[in-house]
Design a protein around this ligand. Structure first.
Ligand code: SF4
Length: 655
């Protein structure tokens, strides 16, 4: 079937019939007024299961994995959706945390759903089977709430795909009293405007406390028999919750609050990570998934201050989980899941003040078990290599570092406090310790970048290669490999570079050619992020509500799984932008002066705009700003604004 026909005009299911009173009581018949819930769901489970033999990887759609929760006797069912396939979604830690947390609330069941692959989606549509949760095979449309993670911009069409397959009206304005509440949250919630018409509400920031409050507000509203409009106004009073329909964009695309809505929504943050339980019995998939291992979050937030990094700005301040809690949770998670690897996760794990203590204790406890510990992110310094050596138990698969830019000047511009000597010293230590492969991440198109900076990448890689080869015995030099991964800089909302233009596609290609000319070939594996996908990411990252029409048009034309290289088609998006009357090049590559209206200025991460402007000014002067978790406060304002503080288990070491 051609893709254009695939999505049809409106929903391929058409509008479902409404049945029963608004908000029927627990134990209601969910697929009709007269049929018992169990029988109706049993039939849906059978209809869904009948499709398994006709799709690839049916394990994506199976329930009852180890650790899955199935709670029947509840009055409130929420479906947590990760807008990609099961394999990617099951790696999402926020989903695991919310799943655990919501299932601990009396009367509440949290279940999961991921986006069906194209083959399954086609069958669901053809057979008229509504998308259902994994655990109880409850149709999403029968849940009280659908909570959708917004991990990055290239999943936006997947959000629409999910709603359509669930037979839930795409637009918030079209939803009726018994439709579920559609709530978004996650990194892209910091500029949700391109999805605003599709979301009833958006949670800004961390969910440990807010998720329970949102559910409580919804349940109170249901009990009070409130209509949907009243519910949305009630939700807007929950701190951290943004209700897009209560804002109307002005002529510049800047949302203005309608009567009663807060002028500014401030993110939620938990002050003490240890006060919130870490999920130590997470769901263990039947099939291979991305990052298929136990995980323990050791730190939240990073104040290294890389000026391009949205996560570094919006997840402030730094809060460490203490060594005792990390070791306890790691062992408990391994015990419960049976995994043979545990990963200590954070934006910058090597910065944890008690990392060495944690790793030594884990090494002692896990000795002889065959269980390994992994560190997903390493600093460019000797300490990181020593820590990697401590946990690698003789395995030397490869180390990854992110110098980001090829020259010191440009690294100072982006506040990446790493020198050539740091990198070369780290590489020599890694190769003399037995590693034979490193991977280096760089970005093209960082603000103020010149061709000299690009040639600097090639020159730095050549020096890395030479030092790596010199650090290994002569008979092993042939095994030395350096992977070089180059992405295109995408300016993101709520960063000091939020006003900066993104390179045009033409200019990206020219700069790639410059880099290719200077990049050494022998022993180097050069790979690129697709610049067309980065272009779309840039448009969606800084666009306003007018982009929603284009997102919908692209999805109707067949766009889904845009983050997958084999699925991505920029041409389809360009047609969609044109039909919506949007100039994507102006959004991505147009220059904005600080002070110009921004579509996300009513949403706050707690970091002041004055600080972002100051950081931009320092960037343009190539001045660096130190990390406050190693010393003095540098004035980003988040601690005062949110009444939180940097929480460290001990003194941080390193640079
Ligand atoms: S307010 Fe100061 S101490 Fe707190 S995160 Fe910002 S710079 Fe760091």
């Amino acid at each position: 079937m051609p893709e254009a026909a695939w999505h049809g005009g409106r929903s391929t299911f058409g509008r479902r019939a409404k049945a029963g009173p608004a908000h029927p009581p627990p134990g209601r018949a969910v697929l009709g007024k007269t049929r018992p819930r169990a029988a109706a769901l049993g039939e849906l489970a059978q209809r869904t299961a009948a499709l398994f033999g006709r799709v690839e990887r049916p394990a994506r759609y199976l329930d009852s994995e180890w650790g899955a929760r199935r709670r029947e006797d509840v009055s409130y069912r929420v479906c947590l959706v990760y807008p990609d396939t099961y394999e990617l979604g099951m790696a999402n830690q926020a989903l695991a945390i919310l799943y655990d947390l919501l299932n601990s609330i009396g009367g509440v069941a949290a279940e999961r759903c991921f986006v069906p692959a194209r083959d399954m989606a086609a069958l669901l549509r053809a057979e008229g089977v509504p998308l259902a949760t994994l655990e109880s095979v409850t149709p999403l449309r029968e849940c009280r709430m659908i909570g959708i993670t917004l991990p990055y911009e290239l999943t936006y069409t997947n959000v629409l795909e999910t709603l359509d397959l669930a037979q839930v009206p795409l637009h918030s304005s079209e939803r009726e009293e018994d439709d579920p509440l559609v709530l978004g949250g996650g990194p892209s919630a910091y500029n949700p405007e391109p999805l605003a018409p599709f979301l009833d509400a958006v949670l800004l920031g961390e969910g440990e406390e807010a998720a329970g409050e949102i559910v409580a507000a919804h349940r109170a509203s249901l009990e009070a028999g409130e209509d949907r409009a009243t519910l949305l106004r009630r939700l807007a009073d929950v701190p951290g919750v943004y209700v897009p329909s209560l804002y109307e964009p002005d002529s510049a695309g800047r949302p203005r609050p309608l009567a009663g809505a807060p002028a500014r929504v401030l993110k939620r943050v938990v002050t003490d990570l240890e006060a919130h339980r870490s999920p130590t019995c997470p769901v263990v998939p039947y099939m291979d998934v991305v990052h298929d291992r136990a995980t323990v979050e050791v730190t939240r937030g990073c104040t290294r201050g890389c000026r391009f990094c949205q996560a570094g700005m919006v997840y402030r301040p730094v809060r460490e989980r203490g060594a005792d809690a990390v070791v306890r949770d790691a062992l408990a998670t391994l015990e419960c899941t049976g995994y043979d690897e545990v990963s200590l996760t954070s934006l910058s794990t090597a910065d944890h003040s008690q990392l060495e203590d944690v790793l030594r204790r884990l090494a002692r406890r896990l000795e002889g078990t065959g269980i390994s510990v992994s560190l997903p992110s390493l600093r460019v310094d000797a300490f990181s290599v020593d820590m990697a050596r401590l946990v690698s138990a003789g395995r030397r698969s490869g180390l990854t570092f992110a110098p980001e830019a090829g020259t010191q000047r440009l690294r100072d511009v982006v506040n990446k406090n790493v020198t050539d000597d740091d990198l070369l010293g780290t590489v020599r230590r890694a190769f003399s310790s037995g590693w034979r492969r490193v991977k280096l991440y760089f970005m093209l198109g960082l603000p103020t970048e010149t061709d000299d900076d690009i040639r600097g990448i090639g020159e730095l890689v050549a020096r890395v290669m030479a030092d790596a080869r010199a650090a290994v015995p002569p008979n092993e030099r042939g095994a030395v490999r350096v992977g070089v991964s180059v992405s295109t800089f995408v300016p993101k909302a709520h960063t000091p570079f939020q006003w900066e233009p993104q390179l045009t596609l033409e200019e990206v290609r020219r700069r790639q050619a410059v880099l290719r000319e200077t990049m050494p070939r022998k022993g180097v594996d050069l790979s690129w992020h697709d610049p067309e996908a980065s272009f779309l990411e840039g448009v969606l990252a800084r666009g306003d509500r007018r982009l929603a029409e284009a997102v919908e048009a692209a999805w109707r034309a067949g766009a889904v799984f845009d983050a997958w290289t084999e699925e991505f088609d920029l041409g389809r998006w360009l047609v969609a932008f044109e039909s919506a009357g949007v100039d994507p090049g102006a959004i991505a590559s147009g220059k904005r002066e600080p002070g110009a209206p921004l579509p996300w200025e009513h949403l706050s991460s707690g970091v002041s705009t004055a600080y972002l402007r100051l950081e931009r000014k320092r960037a343009l002067a190539a001045e660096v700003t130190p990390d406050c978790s190693f010393g003095e406060c540098t004035g980003c304002a988040v601690c005062e604004e949110l009444g939180v503080d940097v929480v460290l288990g001990g003194e941080r070491r390193g640079t």
